[in-house]
Write a protein that binds this ligand. Sequence first.
Ligand code: UFG
Length: 329
Amino acid sequence: MKTILVAGGAGYIGSHMVALLIEKGYDVVVVDDLCTGHWQAVKGGAKLRVGDVKDRGFLDRVFSEFSIDGVINFAAFSLVGESVTAPLKYYDNNVGGAVSMLTAMKNHGVDKIVFSSTAATYGEPEKQPIEETDRTDPTNPYGASKLAIEGLLKWSDAAYGIKYAALRYFNAAGANTDVDIGEDHSPETHLIPIVLQCALGKRDHVGIYGDDYPTADGTCVRDYIHVRDLANAHLLALEYLDKGGQSGSFNLGSGDGFSVKEIIETARKVTGKAIPAVTEPRRAGDPSILIASNHKAGEVLGWKPERGLEEIITDAWNWHQGHPNGYGQ
Ligand code: UFG
């Protein structure tokens, strides 16, 4: 494997993947339409081709221009709340993009794909920690679109021999300050960047979405995983498929849960700032607890997260301090 196509490589997680691949000596081709990604996030000599993965002619040209050995597909819309009001947009973009990508792979004889899936495929979990064999019953169109693609991957493996690893992320956070990349969403909806924007003085408080959940302190518990650990899992998954590994779905989380209040408290400690917090109503569709079992990724891929919550928040804080307006400055 020499040349890897990264779809959505200008986005938050995708750009960290590109940086890791470059560091490991791969040739990297990024396709991204830059509708939510940032060209500035594509570092270190990766080749960027700007276009929509749903555009089959565009993808066909990219696959003809480069001799691609494997694909990592991050390109998707990922706002849970928006997906509820715009399900057609989410199915069209996410499922349509995957159909287009798999078509190009089939036509050009590329037989390995690592795909960004999500903990949202589980919906309201039956138990904690969540295992890959647990029931999948998404409670929003975003999660449903990702689960539909996992089905498409399974059938594409059976019919065309395209091997896949579907990686179900829990809560990605952190940054790679070595190469000056980090999280820059607009609008920002995720807890850690919002908390850090408060620390920077860009917001006057963080709203805690509900403090009456059945958890120790009443706030939602999530499993936060460093974006660099996530990127590393993708590389291991690609190498696993290259060695003839079986297709499958894998949880990517730390195995530890932290409440919203614990996140705010840790951010206060890391930043030394007050970070005012105000309890607000629950956000629709938030499960009370989501914690990954990461045993399968450990056993099959040899993956182990290396960075804990303080490092996640410290790296994110360093990025936000250096880029208070994201890539916009
Ligand atoms: N939260 C707040 N205040 C905020 C923002 C978030 O209290 O201002 C809370 C949320 O209610 C939730 C927790 O902080 O309990 C984490 O929220 P995020 O929005 O950061 O992340 P989610 O857990 O909602 O979403 C993540 C991914 C999604 C994925 C989902 C799977 O970002 O892409 O996990 O459940 F779909």
